[in-house]
Ligand binder design. Sequence first.
Ligand code: FAD
Length: 385
Amino acid sequence: MKAIVIGAGIGGMSAAIALEKAGFETAVFEAVKEMKPVGAAISIWPNGVKCLNALGMKQQLQALGGNMAFMAYNDAHTGSTLTRFSLSPLVQQVGEYPYPVARAELQAMLIDTYGRSRIQFGKRVTQVEQSATGVTAWFDDGSLAEGDFLVAADGTHSVIRHYVLGEHVERRYAGYVNWNGLVTVDESIAPADQWTTFVGEGKRVSLMPVSGNRFYFFFDVPLPKGLAEDRSTLRQDLKNYFSGWADPVQRLIDTINPDTTNRVEIHDIEPFSRFVKGRVALLGDAAHSTTPDIGQGGCAAMEDAVVLAQTLASHSLGIEDGLQRYEARRVERTKDLVLKARKRCDVTHAKDAEVTAAWYADLKNETGERVLAGMCDTIEGGPLG
Ligand code: FAD
């Protein structure tokens, strides 16, 4: 049985590795000639870590992951701690650590695990067709590939989504812009082993440790969609957006390199309930695009990959049946993640200023118990518990 996998991002590579481990032949086709991950880093929560462990990457991932032992929220203007707590109870409950990792390193780990030379780069799929026995994908260079089934991991702008759903779905602007990058750890900005977030005015500034003595940083600012992006004014723009914020935030803005700082307008897609059409399955952002507000988009793609390989390998009623079982196990789970992230997004970014003010007030009384309970619930809803 041969799978055609479209897209060599987190979803496509996790799926290809999982399918091969389950005994399927795979061929991976990626549109770009060279992978340049959008975004500097990603937090892999234990549900995602468990999936990568199951795919044989436990040691490599541990080496890439930052030591994130504590979590803290600080007041935007005074910089004082609103709440700070250990992540140890979470690790103890779910049995695994969270790992913030540099995206380029995660991508390289996945690609090298599969075999870089086996991926066909510069192959942009334009069309997919299927018969009772197989699938054909056409590429923009006029070539084609044939297989028994096709995994569409072609991301949030998926062209295959339209084929599966029979309709076009629009991405929804979530109302804020995110800037992100990597800097060397500076403990005058935040402790090296802590996920630190400054909150105020519906904005946030966050730092997470990744390996190699680096912080993954991000700035969120509620803004209209479509503003011009200009690297030459990036530092001054951030200075304006975060005017009056605490010294560590000003120091971070002084430290960042505008040339390597990414700017992303954050979107999601209203959850839909069809991931599969016959022998073609959507996976990762192609199936469920989420805002990054609970850090679960990539983790969900890893979960998809593990479940897809499991349902195909452990049933005997054929490919279409296996894919239907994959869809049945993933639709509700991923809908829950997308809607949880949207809710978190709205509170963090002051969609309703009163609700956000109440959240800031609650943080002063937060012991960590409620936050960790919510995170554990999300993590334990994954396929590997
Ligand atoms: P992608 O990574 O988009 O990969 C799709 C691949 O398909 C690309 O390589 C693309 O070139 C290729 N492709 C596209 N079209 C075609 C075509 N026609 N033919 C062939 N190939 C094609 N998730 C987390 O788990 N934790 C986080 O902390 C986190 N933080 C985030 C922060 C930000 C700012 C953003 C924007 C997202 C974040 N995410 C996070 C979400 C995560 O990045 C995505 O969910 C994840 O990258 C999705 O992987 P994917 O493989 O489905 O899609």
